[in-house]
Design a protein. Structure first.
Length: 392
């Protein structure tokens, strides 16, 4: 593993007003709203109508490697079906009160990646995915809360959002999805195409379609402390080797042989004290954990081409991370899809650029002084593994 100590300073300005945030800057948004309170942004993306038709969304929901759900509310009962769906399932649906949700649309479409790029004022380490939903009139997933920061961007049609910062987050028992037992609307907004509602985690909400409607949810996951600790303990388990073994040459007789004696407890405690870690371990853990592809993700293999042919096309067309790839930097080490990577130190600026914008244009490569053979060979290997593709 090679360490890169001189990261180029990110040149993005985060103090400029953004239409996406209703005329406030990313800096102000993060300070005043992010993870704190809701924000309604009218005309966040003035020309946005979505980039998927309901039929295209249903098509995605029929694919094997796409996670999708169909939620309906029939006779006051919530019903959940998991995809992938057979095409004929969509022919049998009623006129109202159901919704189709497709996760990780950014794993499948360039337009989704372009949309997410507009939110790059939030670290990629927090990004989960873009979920897209379609619902006919009355459709929705019921009153609930999420453990996500979410930007709910309205595509075609309209949706009424009821929101509440209520403390009572008790869920209906036995329901197939997370539905709040009591929901007390505090504010109501009707969103049209291009409007966006930002919600921090735990804010109760309920979106109901007004006629046909599509919603694009840009979700930023906040893992629980329990999950982080569990995964970190797994990480330590795989990497730590403690020497020695439990030993009791001083063993004394005890009245009840079933008792785990204090001496044993003390000795095991002192063995466990040998498990030490520092920020460097935590950074390495985060780099691997946060870039690890989810279990259902399959990388597409490209047409095999020689390094020479790859280099020619890379320089003329540019490259980008493939839709399912995640490249993050922790403590100056680069992590790609769950693994720390070794790369020539002088390729660092190119890699920093690729990680930040997920692409390298022909111009950026022409201007680079460090586009050496080692970097090209590495990119060729990434290409053959399906981690990068040619710029689209
Ligand atoms: C939806 O798009 O219908 C649901 C989004 C959400 O409530 O989180
Ligand atoms: Co929600």
């Amino acid at each position: 593993m090679r360490y890169h100590r001189s990261m180029k300073k990110n040149s993005n300005s985060h103090s400029a007003p953004l239409t996406l945030l209703g005329g406030i800057s990313a800096e102000t948004f993060l300070k005043e709203y992010w993870h704190k309170k809701p924000l309604l942004i009218r005309g966040a993306m003035p020309d946005f109508e979505g980039f998927l038709t309901p039929n295209e969304l249903a098509g995605l929901a029929c694919e094997e490697d796409v996670q999708s759900r169909l939620i309906s509310y029939v006779k006051k009962v919530w019903k959940l079906e998991q995809g992938p769906f057979a095409e004929k399932r969509f022919a049998k649906l009623p006129d109202r009160d159901w919704t189709l949700l497709v996760q990780s649309v950014n794993h499948h479409m360039q337009e989704a990646n372009d949309l997410l790029q507009q939110f790059n004022f939030i670290p990629q380490a927090r990004l989960d995915d873009l979920m897209v939903s379609y619902a006919p009139d009355g459709g929705g997933v019921g009153p609930h809360f999420d453990s996500y920061d979410v930007f709910l961007l309205q595509g075609c049609g309209q949706r009424i959002w009821h929101i509440s910062e209520q403390e009572d987050l008790t869920l209906v028992e036995g329901a197939p999805l997370r539905i709040l037992k009591h929901f007390n609307t505090e504010q109501t907004f009707t969103l049209s195409a291009g409007d966006m509602l930002y919600l921090p985690p735990q804010v109760a909400h309920w979106g109901i379609a007004v006629g046909d409607c599509m919603t694009y949810s840009i979700g930023f996951r906040a893992p629980t402390a329990q999950e982080l600790a569990g995964k970190f303990l797994d990480y330590l388990h795989e990497r730590r080797r403690l020497s020695g073994r439990y030993a009791d040459p001083e063993l004394a007789p005890q009245a009840n042989s079933a008792v785990i004696g204090q001496a044993m407890v003390a000795q095991v405690s002192s063995i466990l004290d040998g498990l030490k870690w520092g920020d460097e371990d935590v950074a390495d853990f985060l780099g691997q954990y946060l870039t690890e592809p989810k279990s259902h993700v399959v990388f597409d293999s490209p047409k095999q081409i020689s390094q020479q042919a790859f280099e020619k096309r890379m320089k003329s067309q540019g490259i980008q991370l493939s839709f399912k790839s995640q490249l993050l930097i922790a403590n100056h080490v680069y992590y790609l899809n769950g693994e720390a990577i070794t790369i020539e130190a002088d390729a660092e600026n190119l890699l920093a650029q690729l990680s930040n914008t997920r692409k390298l244009t022909p111009q950026e490569m022409a201007e680079a002084t460090n586009l050496g053979d080692a970097f090209i060979a590495e990119m060729h290997a990434w290409y053959l593994a399906g981690c990068i593709i040619f710029l689209q």
